[in-house]
Design a protein around this ligand. Structure first.
Ligand SMILES: [Mg+2]
Length: 285
C-alpha cells in the first residue's frame, strides 16, 4: 500500500478479539489471509475471540458459518449481542417483563433464559430495540404505549449500528433505525447498549481469559464501534481496510482517535519477520 497510514505490529499480542463481517469474512467468503492467520494464532495457543453486533443470529450459527468456511470454531469463542443482551438482563433485571423488537434468535434466547416476553404495554418493563427485519407499526405502537402512555418501560438496544453492510456496497437498516423511531415518538433516550463499542461487549468477550487488556488487540473494520471500544478500554486496535473504514476515514481522525495499526489485509497481524519462516507471501490467501 502506498499511503502512509498502514502500520502493522512487530510483536504478538496476548489475545486477539476479531470483528467478523468485513474483518474475517465478507458475506460468504473469507477475506484474504484470514484462514492462515487464525490457524497460526491457534498453533501458537494465543486466544482468539470473535465478536458480532448482529442479534439476528444464534452464536451457533456463527460456529457453523466459520466451520463451514474452513475455520473450525467452538461456541466459547463467539460473542454476539444475543449473548450480551441475555447476560446483562439476567444480571441486572432478572424479573423484568420484556418486549423484544427482535427476530427469533434473540426472542428464543430470552425465553430460554427464563424471561417473560409480553406485548401488553401495561406490563412491559423493558423495551429492547434490535436489528429486526419484521419491525412494523404495531411493534412501534406497543413500545410507544409502554414507554410514553404507561410511563413504565425503559428502552435498551442490542447494538448501535445504523446499517448492516452487504457485499457490493449494499446494506440493511440496523438497530439504530429502530431505536431512533422509538426515541423520536416517545422522547425517551436509550439507556444501555449491549454491542460494540459498549464495555458490556468487551467484558463478555474477555471473560474466561486471563490476560491484561492492554496486551490484547481488537481487530475490526468499523471506527465507531470496533476501534472506539478498544480506545475506551485502553486496548490496542487494528483497523483492517477490507470493510467499512477507508484510508480517508482514518486520515480524517485526530491522532487520539486513530487505531494503533492499520492493515491492508488481516494476516499482517502476524509480524512481518515471521512471514519468511512460515513461507508466506503476499500473493497467498
Ligand atoms: Mg465489521
Amino acid at each position: 500500500m502506498s499511503h502512509g497510514l498502514v502500520s502493522s505490529p512487530t510483536e504478538f499480542a496476548s489475545a486477539y478479539i476479531f470483528d467478523l463481517d468485513g474483518t474475517i469474512y465478507l458475506g460468504s467468503q473469507l477475506l484474504p489471509g484470514a484462514k492462515r492467520l487464525i490457524e497460526e494464532l491457534r498453533r501458537r495457543r494465543i486466544p482468539v475471540r470473535f465478536l458480532s453486533n448482529n442479534p439476528t443470529r444464534d452464536p451457533d450459527m456463527y460456529v457453523k458459518k466459520l466451520t463451514g468456511l474452513g475455520l473450525p470454531t467452538g461456541l466459547d469463542d463467539i460473542c454476539n449481542t444475543v449473548v450480551t443482551t441475555v447476560r446483562w438482563l439476567k444480571q441486572n433485571h432478572p424479573d423484568a417483563v420484556l418486549f423484544p423488537i427482535a427476530e427469533e434468535p434473540l426472542c428464543r434466547a430470552l425465553t430460554e433464559a427464563g424471561f417473560e416476553l409480553s406485548d401488553d404495554p401495561s406490563r412491559i418493563d423493558i423495551v429492547i430495540a434490535s436489528y429486526d427485519r419484521t419491525f412494523d407499526y404495531h411493534k412501534l405502537q406497543v413500545a410507544f404505549d409502554a414507554i410514553w402512555f404507561h410511563k413504565r418501560a425503559i428502552l435498551v438496544q442490542t447494538n448501535p449500528d445504523r446499517f448492516c453492510p452487504f457485499p457490493g456496497g449494499r446494506g440493511e437498516p440496523d438497530c439504530a433505525a429502530i431505536t431512533a423511531a422509538i426515541e423520536a415518538c416517545t422522547g425517551t433516550t436509550c439507556q444501555v447498549n449491549f454491542g460494540k463499542p459498549s464495555p458490556v461487549m468487551l467484558t463478555e468477550a474477555l471473560s474466561g481469559l486471563d490476560v491484561d487488556v492492554a496486551d490484547c488487540v481488537m481487530v475490526g473494520d468499523r471506527l465507531q464501534t470496533d476501534i472506539q471500544m478498544a480506545l475506551d478500554a485502553g486496548m490496542k486496535s487494528a483497523c483492517v481496510l477490507t470493510g467499512e473504514a477507508s484510508p480517508a476515514d482514518i486520515a480524517a481522525l485526530d491522532e487520539a482517535h486513530r487505531p494503533t495499526y492499520v492493515l491492508d489485509r488481516v494476516d499482517r497481524l502476524i509480524p512481518a519477520r515471521y512471514w519468511g519462516e512460515l513461507g508466506w507471501s503476499e500473493d497467498d490467501l
